[in-house]
Each structure stands twice: as C-alpha cells, then as structure tokens.
Design a protein. Structure first.
Length: 163
C-alpha cells in the first residue's frame, strides 16, 4: 500500500549513478526531501521531469534535497538523467526494489514531499500541473520562500496525464 500523507517516510539509503551513497536520514538533517519515483520507459515521466527540474531551479540551495528514484538499472538511469537534464541525485532502486516496495508508488512518476521530521506531507502520482504547483507551494512554505508557479496552463502540454 502506498505511503500516505501523514505517515512516517521509510528510511533508506541508495547508491546514486554518481557512485555516492544517499541516506534519507542524513538528507532530512539538512531539510525537506522530495522523492521522485520514475521509470525510463514512462511517457508520463518524460512529460513531468522538465517541471520537476523547475522545482530545483526555483528553490536553489542546499536547504532541501530532490532525489530521483529510478526503477531501472544504473546505465539506463544515467542515460535518462542526461537526456532530461537531471542535475540532482539519481538513485537506481534495482536490488529487489526495496525502496519502491517500501513506498509503493501507485504510478510513475510519483512524488513524495517529506518534511524535516520525516513525515510525508504531500504525494502526487502521474502528471498534474495543479498538483505540481501545490507541491511547489508546500515546499516553499517549508523553506520560508515565496512559492513559484512551475506549471502554467497553455504551455503546449496537457494539464493532466495519468502515470
């Protein structure tokens, strides 16, 4: 069953495509964490990641973390990260999909926003401009920043696409 809003986020560590090990508990010590689960063969992910990238651009700095959790082998994840301009950690979850099983995302992409206390405060599955903007506002609130609109209507992409 998918981790629900209000639940404690399961702790984990994964090795990134950069060879570094990333531990959720360590990241939460610095600030909120946004996990973005994806598959390289997911068309909805292709649509969503340029908007996800805007979150990183809209809230620069090291007071929060954005991690992409790949349900693919490192080589495929590396190619996808390069193609979609991911400048944040990309973490393949391939050894039995332990992290994916713990969070149980209902679709790809699924994003989980986790506050410093380790509580899931927002979850969105598939692609929804409204939900991405809501996620941006929630992140801004956690950071004490002005919220950025990252997904505007009429930009040539649909407002919603299921994952």
């Amino acid at each position: 069953m998918t981790i629900e809003v209000g639940a404690r986020a399961p702790d984990f560590s994964l090795e990134g495509i950069d060879g570094e090990t990333y531990a959720l508990a360590d990241a939460l010590g610095r600030g909120p964490v946004l996990l973005a689960f994806f598959k390289t063969t997911c068309g909805t992910c292709d649509l969503a990641f340029p908007y996800v990238n805007r979150l990183r651009e809209s809230y620069p700095g090291d007071r929060w973390s954005l991690w992409a959790i790949a349900q693919d082998a490192p080589a495929e994840a590396r190619g996808y990260a390069s193609a979609y301009g991911m400048t944040y950690p990309v973490l393949p979850d391939v050894n039995g999909y332990a992290v994916s099983k713990a969070y149980d995302p209902p679709a790809t992409p699924t994003l989980f926003l986790i506050d410093r206390a380790g509580q899931v405060i927002q979850e969105t599955a598939g692609f929804s401009k409204e939900e991405l903007n809501s996620l941006s506002a929630a992140l801004a609130e956690l950071l004490g920043a002005e919220p950025a609109v990252i997904a505007t209507a009429g930009d040539g992409n649909p407002d919603f696409k299921p994952g």
